[in-house]
Design a protein around this ligand. Structure first.
Ligand SMILES: Cc1cc2nc3c(=O)[nH]c(=O)nc-3n(C[C@H](O)[C@H](O)[C@H](O)COP(=O)(O)OP(=O)(O)OC[C@H]3O[C@@H](n4cnc5c(N)ncnc54)[C@H](O)[C@@H]3O)c2cc1C
Length: 466
């Protein structure tokens, strides 16, 4: 496979961190703060990303205000344990002042993107200088091959030249982000026997839709007079999609959005008292996070998404009252009615979660290894390893970030019992999530790679949950 060889890169590494978006960089920041990065560097750590700008991933591309407070994004930057790392950076990065000015509001995600990029640049410079860690940017991982000896060969492609290069690693930490492939969405059943692909020509993923400007939305969704758009789902992405439809198509005549969703819309509250003041009905056993006392901490709609949901629940309209939103609970609605909505819609936008965006994972015969990469994420065991189709873990292959079902509610990261998804977000990648993956890698050091006990690593970070 190899055509060229980069001169600065060894042939063999203990750990490859592939994907330096918010999750990959969040893990690195956690490892630095916990004093674990030196141990990983000693074992041979290489960092790889397809883009030229680590840190931001996709989050800066969505045309949205975030679903976290500016304070949550700044938390790691302001952590006294990391003051030395970011010393002197603030005056040269305007996005930091922008975030501080709206500390207790949800910021625009492009501002967040600038800020995460600046933090990552500083972090990368430190890792390179202090530990000599190679950072391969504009380098795509094209395949991950598990060899007969249990190690992995990463086939890397230089994005500029197209040249390939193989790397031998013992453990791969994949944080390639998520994917909402149309092939997968078409096969999704909204009700038994009712596949999205069978009933609409105009199917879009929320991931693609949320990156469009208003002009692009108007070109992508040509509505007719009295046209309807169907949104499938009731998550943050669904509320953001309704918001963007309002901005993009409200001025050109969209009057109705049909929201097909399972279950009720769940709202987030910072405390039980806040939820009670708002007369929100919730289950005291199932909906309160025992770690933080928050209501629907992982599964609840926050900030702008909260406002959109609240408006739909209270008035049946978008927050500016311009567009009717018809809520269609799938478990209570006849399939004929659902089919009619899908057939009539000018567009159907599916907000249905993310698969892991892994490149092909192949065996030593170059046959694809089947992983449990479901439409709602890749299944992972408690030690962070990807699960094979037969339920066994694939040793040495860890998957983190959006599209991975690693961060399920647990004693380590908290979360309400009614939450059955996987937690995502910049703060959790830098905090409890980073701790989960660090502990998983710690086991490979203890038992797998060289038998030494990495007890010098810091204990799990126990800051109070966002
Ligand atoms: C619409 C939306 C809004 C969100 N808003 C918020 C928010 O307000 N607050 C919040 O905390 N979280 C938010 N999130 C959740 C989460 O923080 C983001 O989705 C975040 O971008 C996920 O980070 P990631 O690193 O897992 O993936 P990504 O951001 O997708 O990053 C993946 C990285 O992997 C690299 N990569 C991909 N493929 C390859 C390859 N083959 N080879 C090498 N490198 C590769 C990419 O270049 C990129 O750097 C939001 C998510 C969505 C979908």
């Amino acid at each position: 496979m190899s055509e060229t060889h980069s001169p600065d890169v060894r042939d063999r590494y203990g750990y490859a961190l592939c994907g330096l978006g918010p999750a990959g960089c969040g893990f690195l920041l956690h490892a630095i703060r916990e004093g674990a990065i030196g141990r990983l560097a000693e074992s041979g750590l290489v960092l790889i990303d397809r883009s030229a700008t680590p840190g931001v991933g996709k989050v800066g591309q969505y045309q949205l205000t975030g679903n976290s407070l500016s304070r949550a994004f700044l938390d790691c930057f302001d952590d006294p344990k990391l003051t030395w790392l970011f010393d002197g950076l603030e005056p040269s990065v305007p996005s930091i002042a922008e975030l501080r000015a709206i500390e207790f509001e949800a910021p625009p995600l492009d501002v967040v993107g600038d800020f995460l990029t600046a933090m990552a640049q500083r972090t990368m410079a430190y890792l390179e200088k202090e530990y000599d860690i190679p950072i391969l940017l504009e380098t795509a991982v094209d395949t991950i091959q598990r060899r007969a000896d249990g190690h992995y060969t990463l086939n890397l492609r230089d994005v500029g030249s197209g040249r390939h290069h193989d790397l031998d690693v013992e453990n791969v930490l994949c944080s390639f982000g998520g994917r909402q492939g149309l092939d997968v969405l078409k096969d999704c059943e909204v009700q038994a026997g009712l596949k999205l692909g069978d009933h609409t020509q105009r199917l879009m993923s929320s991931d693609d839709f949320l990156m469009l400007s208003n002009d692009e939305i108007q070109r992508a969704v040509p509505i007719t007079a009295d046209g309807e758009v169907v949104v499938v789902g009731g998550s943050h992405s669904a509320m953001s999609t309704i918001d963007r439809l309002t901005d993009g198509l409200g001025p050109v005549g969209l009057r109705r959005i049909i929201m097909l969703h399972r279950g009720s819309l769940r709202l987030y509250y910072a405390s039980v008292e806040e939820a009670e003041r708002d007369r929100y009905v919730f289950d005291r056993e199932l909906d309160i996070c025992p770690m933080s006392g928050r209501v629907n901490r992982f599964g609840g709609l926050r900030y702008r998404s909260f406002d959109v949901a609240r408006s739909i629940l209270d008035t049946g309209k978008t927050p500016n009252q311009s567009i009717e939103v018809v809520s269609v609970p799938l478990h209570e609605t006849q399939s004929d009615a659902v089919r009619r909505h899908l057939n009539q819609a000018s567009a159907v936008i599916a907000c249905l979660g993310y698969q892991a965006n892994l490149p092909p994972v192949i065996d030593h015969w170059k046959r694809e290894i089947g992983l449990q990469n479901t439409p709602r994420g890749l299944e992972i065991d408690d030690d962070g390893r990807a699960l094979l189709a037969d339920g066994q873990p694939l040793a040495g292959l860890f998957v983190y970030g959006i599209g991975s079902r690693l961060l399920k509610r647990s004693e380590a990261i908290g979360g309400e019992r009614s939450f059955h998804g996987s937690a995502d977000g910049v703060w959790i990648y830098q905090n409890h999530g980073g701790g989960v993956i660090l502990n998983a890698l710690r086991k490979t050091l203890t038992y797998g790679v060289d038998g030494t006990n990495p007890s010098s690593w810091g204990e799990r970070h126990a800051r109070i949950a966002n």
